[in-house]
Write a protein of this length. Structure first.
Length: 224
């Protein structure tokens, strides 16, 4: 009988999966076990769109991306977002996840996974969820909303078709320029350094673009 390896445990819930990892396990061995576990579970998660949460050990951004790549290469599951362990943030993502999946199922949104480096430009006819960073010098244009599950340091143009209700969301909001419909907001010449990264939303109101922390009350006020 094959011995069960509990160094990595995959738990499912209504909103996605939680990957519990042994904090003492060697990282290279951890990656091998994650590959084995998700390969074995591929049929169970086949073509599912899910959020994911990591527990048990702290991961660097590079390690997190490596593990997401392993999951992507060995399953047909689509990871929509990575949920922070913070309870407040988790509740926020549970709400937005369901909204975005409904939007995507209605063929009104797209995913893009990867890092947009300087000089890269992407244009979408629909709303887009970018799983990765938009670096300085990169550009994203969408006729709908733009959601960046990473850092936004380049240019974002939402509502390119003239939709003034469009918005831009980023987990780390430090854009060079944001445009919504015909209104443009640029980063200050000497931006204030922020030690703490937090999700923010940029939206248009009375002819001006506002960038605010992404809270439940703001989400309720935004018209989808």
């Amino acid at each position: 009988m094959k011995k069960v390896n509990n160094s990595v445990i995959i738990k499912g819930n209504k909103y996605g999966i939680i990957v519990v990892m042994d904090p003492k396990l060697d990282y290279e061995e951890l990656k091998a076990i994650i590959k084995e576990k998700f390969t074995e579970s591929n049929k169970f998660f086949e073509n599912a769109k899910m959020a994911i949460q990591f527990e048990g050990r702290a991961l660097t951004c590079e390690q997190e991306k490596e593990i997401l790549d392993i999951i992507g290469e060995n399953t047909t599951m689509q990871i929509v977002c990575v949920i922070d362990n913070d309870e407040k943030t988790e509740k926020l993502f549970k709400k937005t996840l369901e909204q975005k999946l409904m939007e995507l199922e209605n063929n009104t949104g797209q995913f893009y996974k990867g890092i947009l480096r300087s000089g890269a430009s992407l244009e979408f006819e629909t709303s887009v969820i970018i799983i990765g960073d938009v670096n300085h010098g990169a550009r994203v244009v969408s006729k709908g909303n733009i959601i960046v599950l990473g850092s936004l340091r380049g240019n974002a143009f939402a509502g390119a078709g003239g939709n003034t209700n469009s918005f831009v969301v980023a987990l780390d909001m430090r854009p060079t320029q944001i445009r919504i419909a015909d209104t443009i907001a640029r980063a200050p010449d000497n931006p204030v350094r922020e030690e703490k990264k937090e999700a923010k939303i940029a939206f248009l109101e009375e002819g001006s673009i506002y960038i605010e922390p992404l809270t439940k009350s703001i989400l309720n006020d935004i018209r989808m």
